[in-house]
Design a protein around this ligand. Sequence first.
Ligand code: CMP
Length: 140
Amino acid sequence: MAVQRTFSIIKPDATKRNLTGAITAKFEEAGLRVVASKRIRMTMEQAQTFYAVHKDRPFFGELCEFMISEPIVVQVLEGEDAIAKNREVMGATNPADAAEGTIRKEFALSIGENSVHGSDGPDTAAEEIAYFFSGLEIVG
Ligand code: CMP
């Protein structure tokens, strides 16, 4: 498998509890390299656009309100098989289903307040990276 890049968000429940470093350490321990990182506060419009694929789901409003409730940290992670590796390190969306040692098992509060987002495939990774970062901000 070739070196890939994936997109990650450290979500409001995690930044609020000062877990940015602990979560970043989990990525690094798994062999993922942070090649871009910034702390931002999303606008409602950005949240709705970013999560547009979920716009018809019953939790869409709650999800967008949550994502703008506190700062987030957006990152680009690079490594061998980075998309799958990141999903493995994050664990299942619902922390109740997440494996031992995963970020969501250790830190997530609920399916909504689940501490991290990660791209689900190469196309979404490319789209999500481009939504938040210019090429000049990514230093591999
Ligand atoms: P994420 O990987 O950011 O992608 C979509 C998000 O929707 C997901 O993580 C969850 O945080 C959130 N989500 C999924 N299902 C629910 C739900 N039933 N209630 C609230 N939020 C949800």
